[in-house]
Design a protein around this ligand. Structure first.
Ligand SMILES: O=C(O)CCC(=O)C(=O)O
Ligand SMILES: [Fe+2]
Length: 299
């Protein structure tokens, strides 16, 4: 095991502080990212579901690990996680890089939106071994360093304390800068040690893994990813979260769940001959239909 610990920042840290550590190490621990009320809400809503699902069935998911997805269908408290400024702010900083392109002789600039990709509560039980080290942006077949940007900023919120002994997420500091040929080794990884309510915030390109649980109790984490809005959502949010539940969330969350277009109107929906922002499907509009969408507006 690598004996350098991950950096832990207090919740009073700034987005600049968080991004500086992530840029250097690939991830950072933020103490008390969520409030006690949110933590208890998540534990109460997700705990019973985790105890009912089947164990994982393979070496990656684990065989003494339980996983529950569709988190936004199961708990409204998930909204408090994605909107935490130190998490969302880091996602804006790493993902929303403007791209220049020609539209005839006009130079245009588009900035991708951000969307929720995968959501999962992960409960690692005693006796479970470590996962292989991996990059979660593999789902997008992301290439390093070829693409020159990040696809994903993600969090794992501790719903129980995370320790070196109970399988606190293993992270390889600095591995977000590695090319695709370099092999990750467990000896290079450090465990995420943090109290319930604190969170690891890290990049999709950072090598990490669920750790071995050598303790006598389960370790529960909640992972939510914020991804580039023009990529496919890893977990199919349109099918995972019933539309009636989506309607109950504020517009910001509806858009993060995918009822949004990434400029220039990636993900459009046609209404009366007009390509439109899919959020209009959740809105009331009059006989004339929704107003035409601005293709390049930053969302
Ligand atoms: O639960 C963890 O600590 C990490 C799990 C993980 O990285 C994964 O399943 O992709
Ligand atoms: Fe992972």
């Amino acid at each position: 095991m690598n004996d350098t610990a991950l950096t832990t920042l207090a919740s009073a840290a700034t987005i600049d502080d968080v991004c500086a550590v992530i840029a250097r190490d690939g991830g950072v621990i933020v103490e008390n990212l969520i409030t006690t009320a949110t933590l208890e809400g998540l534990q109460n809503d997700l705990g019973p579901l985790l105890s009912r699902v089947r164990w994982g069935q393979d070496g990656f998911s684990g065989q003494l690990t339980r996983r529950v997805g569709a988190i936004f269908a199961h708990t409204r408290h998930a909204a408090d996680v994605v909107t935490q400024p130190l998490f969302y702010g880091a996602a804006e900083r790493f993902l929303q890089l403007p791209v220049q392109s020609w539209l005839g002789d006009q130079r245009t600039e588009t900035t991708a939106s951000i969307q929720i990709g995968g959501t999962q509560a992960i409960q690692i039980h005693p006796g479970e071994g470590a996962q292989p080290l991996h990059r979660d942006d593999l789902v997008f077949q992301w290439r390093h360093p070829d693409y020159g940007r990040e696809a994903r900023v993600q969090t794992i919120v501790a719903l129980t304390d995370f320790t070196a002994k109970n399988g606190g997420t293993l992270v390889v500091p600095g591995s977000h800068r590695w090319d695709d040929d370099r092999v990750p080794h467990h000896a290079e990884a450090v465990p995420t040690e943090m109290r319930a309510g604190s969170a690891l915030v890290f990049l999709g390109s950072t090598y990490h893994a669920g750790g071995t649980n050598r303790s006598n109790g389960p370790r529960t984490g909640l992972t939510i990813t914020l991804d580039l809005g023009f990529l496919r959502q890893e977990e199919n949010q349109y099918l995972a979260v019933p539309k009636d539940i989506v309607r109950e969330y504020p517009e910001r969350i509806q858009r993060l769940l995918g009822y949004n277009a990434s400029p220039p109107l990636m993900g459009w929906i046609e209404i009366d001959g007009q390509m439109n922002d899919p959020h209009v499907l959740l809105e009331d509009w009059g006989a004339d239909g929704p107003a035409a969408a601005d293709m390049f507006a930053t969302r």
